[in-house]
Design a protein around this ligand. Structure first.
Ligand code: ADP
Ligand code: ZN
Ligand code: ZN
Length: 818
């Protein structure tokens, strides 16, 4: 009998692939283990075993696997089922989910190694200069990697050199796989075994009498070993003995000391032990908790709607505690930018080292460790707090998932596939584990609130801020009128300035919100109207004053700011609109004595950039923080008396059915940063449309009103939750081909689905990185089957790909596009 395995490859191909294994390999292998397999011309990929069986593939001869990479499965059965759901629902391949789900270090790929051909005697005069360099290097090193060759010949494209050397039989190529994960080892020392008795030690010390430093080290080590019975780090020994590393090395060389290594985790919690004293919940929190528990009892997803600063986090903490006490794992999901030191510190205070953190700023090594800790059900990973990718960890006994800030659009992955919504995928995961799931927000998404209203979700709410702190007082300022009466200083109304000054005098801090980074979005010539465009994308470049640069926020292209207009030559360039940088600059002149800082993507690069600013603000090292929406997420500052929104209009005027919902959420969240302690906070919203309904709803804290109105509009104009949307994007570098292809696809869809197919249309930015884009929207009414629609679409895609001139057009599906 022959044995085979079906594997998932981390590639965007639909099918699983079959490989041949031996009988003993078949007995050893289980689903969820990794194997190295040859794929394509000569590469070796990491694949995941999906099934072990004995059915030979029908259409091809199965290749043999390269080797087995795991002793135990690293992925469990629930995960495989969850991934399959994601692949089916979001219209991508299981391989793409696999690639996104596991830490990069698990996906070893082969690397090409260059070796000298030992069989061949080389006549060096036959070699050209660059060939000789490579040949010479191989005299000293047995193998070279591609990038090493590249630096030897000092050139990127080294394929020609390698090809010539291959033709001349000077070199050979070999594929090898590399582990990217290296356990972290800490170096320890101990006294050689033979010196452990006191007599032996005495003799040793005598022998060392002419090396006082060495004998001091030996003596210190002996004492340390006797006292604490723990492994002794080299650094520790250096400190207590006063000897240098060189002295220690000399002793190791003489074999008087012995060096050894112990494996350790990179991610360790170094605070105090957990102190577990949970806060007693107040009556409102208790009531919400009771409703949540009841919802869980009915096996329902629960939505917790609690105003900002109502103490939702404390409710989560209570639920997490219950969960881990029953021996199960808990997952706390947050949008990436809400994963702040503040919140993590709060959870670690309660749960100590039971908390593991998992998000994109963690490097490959740290991710592997968290993965392995969850897999091994280590107590230190019983609670995982993370961004959307934390959904993919190998939980075996999940008891609770909390999705905090559930309304956040960034839970939806945009690019690349899988384009999944972490909240929705979390609900499915909870079902697979029969675990509880709670969605929380001060401003729930229309979808979730709708689900709560229709009884699909259970519902709990907290309407009051904790400690009877009042909701902030919100004042709308009419920019048009201020401008007419000449009561504007730059982008600040006199009203806002007054309030800022008052807060400063009262020793309070201030947050100013402007939803754009950079100095001014665009530069425009006042003579001819030209504004510099990105050469790769259809957008105007953004002006960054600090670097005197024009930058593209889509592709990163940048150029120095020109002195005069490139189109007409006049020196009449002017800036239009404004961003965070300009707000900061204006403050420097308006309020020179205030300490101002800015928080946006440009100032928070680097692993701790964001945290540093938050900590500094928390410790009141600055008075005013100017920032983008990064400021809105779950931050709890004690001393902020005033929040100013520089310009609400940019939020209202988005060409998107969600614009109003988002605007309400964003403004309510920013406003929520004000006055979180006893004194009532103040919020000033500047706008050219202060009578806009959404702004009135924000200032009256009227979520209900906003919801009703938005739901009505969505029903009228057929948007979610009334219907579902699958957006299909076509992408190609040739404008005409893209148009034709998109037109063809849309027509075929319309033939099958009728008027529910809209487009093709250009998105607002119709070219990015030199690729043209066009969208088709498929609206799926409640009574139609999503599965059927997807099947039809897939079938059309097959015919589409059979047309040779369309094959190179990329087709991208985005299910539940938001
Ligand atoms: P939310 O998550 O709803 O914005 P938080 O959980 O951050 O609110 O709570 C707001 C503030 O109130 C925090 O500083 C928190 O420590 C405090 N707080 C909330 N609940 C309690 C409680 N039961 N006892 C003491 N302090 C609480
Ligand atoms: Zn001009
Ligand atoms: Zn660009």
């Amino acid at each position: 009998m022959s044995y085979f395995i079906n594997v998932v490859l981390p590639v965007p191909l639909e099918k699983l692939f079959t490989y041949r294994v031996s009988k003993s390999e078949a007995a050893f292998l289980r689903p969820g283990m990794r194997v190295g397999v040859p794929f394509g011309k000569s590469k070796i990929y990491t694949a995941l075993v999906h099934e072990v069986h004995s059915r030979p593939p029908e259409v091809y001869e199965a290749k043999e696997i390269h080797r087995i990479l795991d002793e135990h499965p690293i992925v469990n059965d629930v995960q495989l089922r969850h991934w399959q759901w994601i692949a089916d629902y979001y219209m991508c391949s299981l391989g793409e989910v696999f690639r996104a789900a596991v830490p990069g270090a698990f996906l070893l790929e082969s690397e090409t190694l260059i070796l000298r051909n030992q069989q061949m005697t080389v006549d060096e005069t036959d070699l050209e200069d660059d060939e000789f360099l490579v040949y010479e290097a191989l005299q000293h090193q047995s193998t070279l990697k591609v990038h090493e060759v590249s630096s030897i010949v000092d050139r990127k494209n080294i394929l020609p050199v390698l090809n010539r050397l291959l033709e001349k039989n000077v070199i050979l190529l070999k594929e090898e796989m590399y582990e990217q994960y290296r356990p972290k080892l800490v170096r320890y020392v101990k006294l050689g075994a033979e010196y452990l008795s006191e007599e032996r030690l005495e003799i040793l010390l005598e022998n060392l009498s002419r090396a006082p430093k060495q004998s001091q080290v030996v003596l210190s080590l002996f004492q340390l070993q006797a006292v604490n019975k723990k492994p002794i780090k080299i650094s520790e020994l250096v400190e207590t003995s006063g000897g240098s590393k060189a002295v220690i090395k000399a002793l190791v060389d003489k074999e008087i000391l012995e060096e050894y290594f112990i494996r350790t985790d990179r991610v360790n919690y170094e605070g105090e032990e957990e102190n577990y004293a949970l806060k007693a919940l107040n009556a409102y929190q208790e009531e919400a908790l009771a409703d949540i528990t009841k919802g869980f009892g009915d096996n329902k997803t629960v939505l917790l709607h609690g105003v900002t600063s109502s103490g939702k986090t404390e409710v989560y903490v209570k639920l997490i505690e219950d969960c881990i006490r029953s021996g199960k794992q808990a997952l706390y999901l947050l949008p990436e930018i809400a994963l702040t030191t503040q919140l993590i510190a709060r959870l670690q205070d309660y749960f100590g080292e039971k908390v593991s953190i998992y998000h994109s700023k963690y490097n490959i090594q740290e991710r592997v460790e968290v993965w392995n800790n969850v897999l091994a059900k280590k107590p230190k990973a019983q609670i995982v707090i993370g961004a959307r990718s934390a959904l993919f960890l190998p939980y075996s006994e999940l008891g609770l998932i909390v999705v905090d800030e559930e309304h956040e659009g960034s839970f939806k992955q945009f690019d690349p596939a899988p384009r999944y919504h972490a909240r929705d995928a979390a609900i499915v995961l909870a079902n697979l584990h029969s675990s509880n799931i709670l969605l929380g927000s001060a401003t729930p998404s229309i979808e979730s609130y709708h689900n709560a209203r229709t009884g699909k979700y259970a519902y709990a709410e907290i309407r009051r801020r904790f400690g009877n702190v009042l909701m902030p007082e919100i004042e709308l300022v009419d920019l048009k009128e201020h401008a007419r009466k000449k009561r504007m200083k730059g982008h600040f109304s006199e009203r806002l300035l007054e309030e800022i000054k008052e807060s400063l005098e009262g020793g309070e801090q201030i947050i100013l919100f402007q939803n754009r980074r950079g100095y001014a979005p665009i530069v425009e010539c006042t003579t001819c109207g030209h504004s510099p465009q990105c050469p790769n994308c259809d957008v105007s470049l953004t002006f960054h004053k600090y670097k005197k640069q024009l930058r593209c926020h889509y592709c990163g292209y940048h150029m120095a700011l020109q002195e005069s207009c490139q189109a007409c030559g006049s020196p009449t360039l002017d800036t239009k609109g404004f961003g965070t940088e300009q707000v900061e600059k204006e403050l420097e002149t308006l309020l020179p004595e205030a300490k101002t800082w800015r928080m946006d993507l440009d100032t928070t690069r680097g692993k701790h950039g964001y945290e540093k600013i938050i900590t500094a603000f928390e410790q009141q090292e600055m008075d005013i923080l100017v920032g983008t929406q990064m400021l809105t997420k779950g931050l709890d500052f004690r001393n902020v008396g005033l929040v100013g929104i520089m310009n609400a209009d940019s939020l209202l005027n988005f060409p998107d059915y969600r614009a109003h919902e988002r605007c309400f959420q964003l403004l309510t969240q920013v406003a929520g940063r004000a006055g979180r302690t006893q004194k009532r906070g103040k919020v000033i919203i500047q706008s050219y449309n202060p009578y806009h309904r959404i702004l009135t709803q924000v200032s009256n804290n009227d979520y209900e009103g906003m919801f009703k109105e938005q739901l009505y509009e969505r029903e009228q104009f057929k948007y979610p939750p009334e219907i579902r949307i699958v957006r299909i994007t076509f992408k190609h570098k040739e404008y005409n081909r893209l148009n034709e292809a998109a037109e063809w696809f849309a027509k075929a869809l319309r033939g099958a689905l009728g008027s529910n197919v809209l487009g093709p249309e250009y998105p607002p930015v119709a070219r990015i990185r030199n690729q043209y884009l066009k969208n088709v929207m498929v609206k799926i009414p409640q009574n139609a089957s999503l599965t059927k629609t997807k099947e039809i679409t897939r079938r059309i895609e097959k015919s589409f790909n059979a047309i040779s001139q369309y094959r190179s057009v990329r087709v991208i599906y985005n299910v539940d596009h938001i």
